[in-house]
Design a protein around this ligand. Structure first.
Ligand code: NAP
Ligand code: ZN
Ligand code: ZN
Length: 353
């Protein structure tokens, strides 16, 4: 067992605080990773506060993990000590169902094992995430991080990157396509960068007038203040695809009206309370579609990392110490993140000494 330091939520109301726990002894195909950086996803906040009503406490969040391999089990073939690697939202799945066979482990029909707040398929223990000094993961769920990327800026690719990359690819974002991204937070700013790199015409929808210039700098061809009905109307019936990353309940109708015939809005934001049902006629008259999408499989996550390596894409980050996590959560709730907090885990190692 490996003594490990982390930060955990003990219940839905109290701030995260230090915790000491053990990582398992290496199984044959396990990789032990010294965590260097961990991104702060809005899902971490939802789960720490039990907003999805399934949290098992204490919970150690964190699923945007980059670090170096420290040790490998005897059967590991793909990784060596010292290598820069990533771990995202998944650490295991059944590996036999139809979805797993299609490299869609996130839709595993027997339930994937989440990086935190999941249940280990062998021991039955609750998994602990990347707000910690080290991690033990089966090599099948470990990703290679391209060497040319800044490791801290690459961490958010493991969730924010893949969660926007997957629907952009699934719905064919590329040259000649008009793609909207709703919300300029962690997911949204990756969606803008990735859709731009894929060659689409990108329109950012934001509620924050202060983010207009950043939206353009990040790769949006146009930026629309979504609260302004006139600006919204100018884009009616014109989008092939809209990726909606908003972390709170809101009216979907103003966005659905912007889709062209056969256009799709994909929901990736996962708010505590469901959005009100949209108007049916808005959908049926133009055969518009409302869809959802969950992160991405391991193969597609590697494809996304390699794409980011080729295009030099990382997240725009604000580095924080582990001890600043509770303030970071409060700022995230105010949409005051530019555009992802990333925890430097050395801050936790130093405090643990
Ligand atoms: P985030 O950094 O907090 O960004 C969310 C953005 O949504 C904000 O920056 C803000 O952008 C906009 N927003 C927030 N509240 C709003 C409101 N009341 N009305 C309109 N816009 C609002 O969060 P994130 O980490 O990107 O995560 C976004 C959501 O995706 C979360 O619910 C998270 O749990 C979910 N998620 C889903 C998956 C998946 O697999 N489907 C994976 C990861 C995360 P503006 O200031 O630009 O308006
Ligand atoms: Zn996430
Ligand atoms: Zn499966």
């Amino acid at each position: 067992m490996y003594p490990t330091y982390g930060y955990a939520a003990r219940d839905a109301r109290t701030p995260l605080a230090p915790i000491e726990f053990q990582r398992r002894d290496l199984r044959e195909h396990d990789v032990r990773i010294d965590v260097a950086y961990c991104g702060v996803c809005h899902s971490d906040l939802h789960q720490a506060r039990d907003e999805w009503r399934n949290t098992m406490y204490p919970v150690v969040p964190g699923h945007e993990i980059v670090g170096r391999v420290a040790e490998v089990g005897p059967g590991v073939t793909r990784f060596k000590p010292g290598q820069l690697v990533g771990v995202g939202c998944l650490v295991d799945s059944c590996r036999t169902c139809a979805s797993c066979a299609e490299d869609l482990e996130q839709y595993c029909e027997n339930g994937f094992v989440a990086t935190y707040n999941g249940v280990d398929r062998v021991s039955g223990d609750v998994t602990c995430g990347g707000y910690s000094t080290q991690l033990v993961v089966d090599e099948a769920f470990v990703l290679r991080v391209p060497d040319n990327l800044d490791p801290a800026g690459a961490a958010p690719l493991l969730c924010a990157g893949i969660t926007t990359y997957s629907p952009l690819r699934t719905w064919g974002a590329g040259p000649g396509k008009k793609v909207g991204v709703v919300g300029l937070g962690g997911l949204g700013h990756m969606g803008v960068k990735l859709a731009h790199a894929m060659g689409a015409h990108v329109v950012l929808f934001t509620t924050s007038p202060s983010k207009v210039e950043d939206g353009k700098r990040l790769g949006a061809d146009e930026v629309v203040i979504s609260k302004d009905p006139e600006q919204m109307k100018a884009h009616a019936n014109s989008f092939d695809l809209i990726v909606n990353t908003v972390a709170a309940q809101h009216d979907l109708n103003p966005f659905i009206e912007l889709l062209r015939r056969d256009g799709t809005m994909v929901l990736v934001g996962a708010p505590e309370h469901d959005h009100p049902s949209p108007q049916v006629f808005n959908l049926i008259f133009k055969r518009r579609r409302l869809a959802g999408s969950l992160i991405g499989g391991i193969a597609e996550t590697q494809e996304m990392l390699d794409f980011c390596g080729q295009h030099g894409i990382t997240s725009d980050i604000e580095m924080i110490r582990m001890q600043e996590i509770n303030d970071a959560y409060e700022r995230m709730l105010k949409s005051d993140v530019k555009y992802r907090f990333v925890i430097d885990l050395d801050s936790l190692r130093a405090a643990a000494r």
